[in-house]
Structures are given as C-alpha cells and as structure tokens.
Design a protein around this ligand. Sequence first.
Ligand code: SAH
Length: 389
Amino acid sequence: MNTIALKRGKEAFLYRKHPWIFSGAIYSDTSKINDGEIIKLTDAEDNFAAIGFFQPGSIAIRILSFEEIEIDQKFWNTRVSSAVRLREELGLLNEGSNICRLIHGEGDQLSGLIVDFYNGVAIIQAHAVGMYLNTQKISLALQSALGDKLKAIYSKSKETLPERLDIENEYVFGSCETPHIAKEYNHSFSINWIDGQKTGFFIDQRENRLLLAKYAKNKKVLNTFCYSGGFSIYALEAGATEVHSLDSSKKAIELVEQNVKLSNHKDKHKSITADAVKYMNNIESDYDVIVLDPPAFAKHKNKRHQAIKAYTRLNANAIRQIKSGGIIFTFSCSQVVDPFQFQKAIVNAAIKVGRQVRILEQLHQPADHPINAFHPEGEYLKGLIIQVE
Ligand code: SAH
C-alpha cells in the first residue's frame, strides 16, 4: 500500500476527524499514485494517521478509517449494514414506506458514496473514483445487509465521475423494469433511475412533503420546481381543491403526470411547463399555498452572494402574490448558503414587499441523510414554512 505523508503542522485535520484531506496539506509526491487507490496516511513524523482513497484534485484523500484496518469485504459489510440498520429503525424499509437513502456519504462514514433504495432496487452513485472501483464489494455488502428485500442493484456513476473513466451505467445485481412503483408514507410513485435526474427521485423532501399535507386540505396549491411532483401528490391526497405543478423540464412534467395518474386525483391537477422564476414574476394571486424548491443556486462559495439575491427575488415574488393568510414552503439546497443566511434572505424578501411574515417551522434534511458531526459540509437542505399576513 502506498503511503502519503501530511505536511508538518497539518495534523489539526486529524484531531478534528474531518473525512477529507485537501491537496494543500500533503507533503508526499503523489504523481505515481493511481486514481482511487487505497493509501495509508501518516503525519510528518511517519506515525499512522488514517486509511483512505486517493484522487487527484482538491479533495485529495477521502478517509475510510482512522484506525489501521484492512479495507476488505468485512469492512464494507460492517459499514453498509450499520447504515441499513439505521434506515430499518427509521421505518423506511417496509411495505408502506420503501423509498430511502440507504447510504449518505460522510454521514454514514463512506465519503463519496450515495446509495438510494426504491422498493427492492438499490441505486449506487459514486462521487469518488475509489468508491466506484469498489462497486462489486459494495454490491455484495448490500446483498448481505438487505437479504431478500433486495431484487436489483443499478450502478449510476457515469454522470458523477470524470469522463476520462469511460464508465457505463448498468445493473450489477439482478435487474428491474422501469418505471418501478415504490411507496413513501403510502403515497405511490413511479420511479425511473435510468432516465430521471439524480437517482430518480428527491428523497430528501420526504418529511417536508408530509408537513405540506397538514396545510393543503381545501387549499389551492402551487408546487414550483416540482420535478416528479412529490409535494403535489401529498397535497392532492390531503384534499387540496386544486394543485398546479410547475417545472421547466418537459421530462419532469411527464413524471408528474404519471404520478398524478397513480393518485387518482387527475381532475384536480394541472401541469405547467415553464421557467419558475419568470412565472413567479407574474402569477395569478389566488394560491393559498406555494412550494418553492429550486435547484442549488450556488455550487461554490464565490456564487453565494448571487444565490442569496436570487432566493430573495424569488421569495419576494411569492410573498407579494400569495393570498392573505397564505403559506409558503421555501427551500434552499445550496450547501454554501447556511440556514441563517437563508432565513435572512427570506426576511429581506418580506421587507422588500412590505408584508408581515411569520416563520412557522424551520425545516431540514431527514434522518436518512445524516450529517457526520465532523463534516459540517454535510448539512445542505434547509427550508422554512412561513405564513403571510
Ligand atoms: N421539489 C422536487 C425536487 C426539485 S429539484 C421534489 O420534491 O421532487 C429541482 C427541479 O427544478 C428540477 O426538476 C429542475 O428540472 C427544475 N428547474 C430547474 N430550473 C428551473 C427553472 N428555472 N424553472 C422551473 N424549474 C426549474
């Protein structure tokens, strides 16, 4: 196994147990180390520090363990089964709820690995080359942890790894026709991991969708940036009088239509293919509830300021035009915008349009998207439920 030494004075990284080592902290010449190779990390005195994956780039090492252990099948089985146990305890692997994130990267001590689960089918998405190279072992570990709950595993890392690797997306265990029906709190969804965005569904909004159901009865709801219509289905099932789902992607709107069909509330639903930002500039003002769940406006710190301005503008339009007493579910999934900055953007939006706003609830990502306490970057989803006077 190749060894990489840290620069003197960079040991602080190790005390903080942060799972990433940046290239600037490395002393050794890494030019001969392969992409995704397992390496041993030492401090400047040659003392063992950690085992991890090397990958050229800013995040040069993703730590797998701070103990000197073998990264063998047993390692993968232990980590994967611990992650699966948690989801079982959360009640996310049963008949009425069988959609969840099984492995959430650093939050499950597997930096660079995402595994999502849809009623018997696991989708592996590697964000680090080292994880991708271990797909087979991860697949065996999933089979062992899930037993007969698992029918197929699809590897979908082409979009998330460097093009030079020439990766194909493929089944690595069993197979399953798409779209495939899965359930979230007894709401049926048609999932397509092959054609869909990410692994096919936005699992991270599950608990927030459940909250929307509380506010949607007898209400007219606008769900913007709706993707496959998760929020729309909950609103329809909860007894909304009318639901409008809006997304700029035609493909997303087709998914909404499929899901609305499954729900049997077609007569109360309308799809709108449009740019949400433009649409919000001038909507009819008779919505009682509006959901704003845009994609990350900033992917890097240097775009944070612009993103905050964009959140303010979008929310100002919703606050200005919603009915009196109306409810807005507003979100940001930009990791670089923290919950405090986001809340400030919403307060500024309310000031801008001169309407009184109450914050009813502060929202975040669910427990199957856990945050490793030593990796604060894992916190990304934040939201507010606000009421406009
Ligand atoms: N709320 C969704 C997830 C939203 S993901 C859910 O619960 O499943 C963000 C969505 O915004 C994507 O579907 C993307 O197609 C859409 N989108 C991106 N830019 C947009 C724009 N300018 N106008 C409307 N939709 C947009």
